[in-house]
Design a protein. Sequence first.
Length: 370
Amino acid sequence: MDAVHLTTAHNSTDTRIFDKEATSLAEAGFDVSILAHDTPEEERNGVQFIDLGSAPSRIDRWRSIPKATRIAKQLEASIYHFHDPELIPVGLYLAETTDGAVVYDVHEDYGHKAAGREWVPNLVTPPIAYTIPRVERLAAGRFDALVSATDRLGKRFVQSNDRGTTLHNFPRIDSLPSKMEARERQADYVLCYVGGLSELRGIHRSLDLVNTLRSRGLDVELWALGSWRTDADERRADQFICNHNLESSVEFPGYVEYKEMFRYLYGADVGLSLLDTAEFETAIPTKQFEYLYAGLPTLTTPLDAAIRYLPDRFRHVVPQDDTEAAADVVETALKCDYDAENMRSLVEEQYSWEHEAEKLVDLYEELLKE
């Protein structure tokens, strides 16, 4: 086996792990497997799956780590590519006890993320935020390569490991429908959001924005596609909608299939990315490029890592907690004409996963030669 991707925290068909990395490697001729929980029974896109069984809780996932370690070693893979910080000890063990190359894939700022989890007690938040990045840097020097989702994440490991590759989470062009029937709208204008529904991801800012625009006399509605992260966020949103009579102005379709998502994007006027700037300071949201491909200007909070990839003429940066300023910008954006073909070309030529996949293939070829 050329490579096995290990994860105990992500879904076995996670977009980055399966749709992008593993699938691209299989297309390039590598023998690739994914070792994870609750895997499909059959091979997909040339990628094999090795099932760790079900893990309904966080504790169950942690308890499965020894089992994942044993299976991974038995596979005798040429490359072990793992995706979770809790698997760092596994990566170190495999680096010492096998002949395989070990790759750590850093998806996000795990120290910051873990410290912000609701299940993490406030008392241990500072130690977690301090410890995780330091453990990552100390371990990085023992791995054969580091892969990161952004340049900013990758820079943390330069002194620990000089073999680092940034693979941005740009969309796969071959999965993007260029033309399809748009979703029918009920209002004159539509704002659209794609992603998890939570306070940190901006759902309450989005609702407040719609309410402000409607109070100004604009006939506008919001399509918010995704799943609720917490019951508390959903209850808060329902209460806000009820208090401001927005029932006919907000639609929550839930999670929809990728192509169906584009029916909504093609029927909208503006894409929203009102993410919490502290929580997502190192993130480059894939949704922004999907908006761009669909011909939508993006309304975004000032995420430095992300906005540099969006041309000024196609994105509008607004303060995180200034709804009136955001409404002003939306009103302006709704009056502008945007070159949809030019927006789509930017994604195809500069911001596609296909370009990132070439870097991953090159890295694997180098590792297999050693």
